[in-house]
Design a protein around this ligand. Sequence first.
Ligand SMILES: NC(=O)c1ccc[n+]([C@@H]2O[C@H](COP(=O)([O-])OP(=O)(O)OC[C@H]3O[C@@H](n4cnc5c(N)ncnc54)[C@H](OP(=O)(O)O)[C@@H]3O)[C@@H](O)[C@H]2O)c1
Length: 272
Amino acid sequence: MAFAGQVVWITGASSGIGAAMARALAAQGAKLVLSGRNEAALAELARNCGDALVLPFEATDYAAAASAAKKAWNWQGHIDMLVNNAGISQRSLAVDTAFEVYERIVAVDLLAPIALTQALLPRMAERKSGRIVMVSSIAGKVGSPMRTGYSAAKFGLFGYSDALRAEVAGLGIKVHVIAPGSIRTDVSRNAITADGSRRGVSDKAIENGLDPADAVDQMLSAIAADEREIIMGEGMEKEIGELRRTPDALHDRMAAVVAAGYAQKMDEGASE
Ligand SMILES: NC(=O)c1ccc[n+]([C@@H]2O[C@H](COP(=O)([O-])OP(=O)(O)OC[C@H]3O[C@@H](n4cnc5c(N)ncnc54)[C@H](OP(=O)(O)O)[C@@H]3O)[C@@H](O)[C@H]2O)c1
């Protein structure tokens, strides 16, 4: 019951991994802010999640994200954990794919989580506490065919998060990135194709993937154990992800360099 009483904001809560995470956290007694675009699905979920605020918005409406951040924070006076989970996948060869598809995927999968994180960060820094969770993918560790845009965006989440982790380690803020392999959701049905249209059918790999409730239990245990990179999946997917794991020692070293830089800046400030 690591999250009992905690205020957790989940994006992409209307479906799949986000909905399963909301149910698991509600069972632990967490208070939930539930976001996505499908208001009816969010409201239905909220009915079974105890203390919950439904806060729908389009993830790429960055102005709406900033005002949603204010509403979410003010609901209980703080947020303990932001889970940037909303995302769309891709199924198309690069050679066929319209540039607008890349713009859309990068907007939803990379810029939207950055925008939301940036909107909450000053408040978390002032409170000197919080967790930021990014839901990336094994495709964010290893470039995956038919997913050039998706891999680019999901790799980007690692770059942003690794740098951010080093910057905020001294502020009591923890940054986690989850790289799931296949989980049985609508992700590949909702994936976009070369012309930006919804794919509409699923994959064998996804249909044979982890059950979302089991996957979410693993994710939450790993977050509670303060794991920074959470590489999940079975067989080959897990092995490939593990090959690309960033060693904890490197994260610690980056954080130490940043901390030394802050100390030096403060010394310089004091001597002026
Ligand atoms: N399932 C897997 O095998 C797998 C593997 C690796 C990573 N992931 C990642 O896990 C995350 C969750 O995916 P899922 O598997 O649960 O798929 P899903 O069932 O398709 O859920 C995607 C969620 O993202 C939200 N979303 C998508 N576009 C949005 C937008 N423009 N604005 C606001 N919300 C938006 C959707 O909400 P609305 O429709 O209500 O807007 C939905 O709740 C994604 O980031 C995905 O890339 C999944």
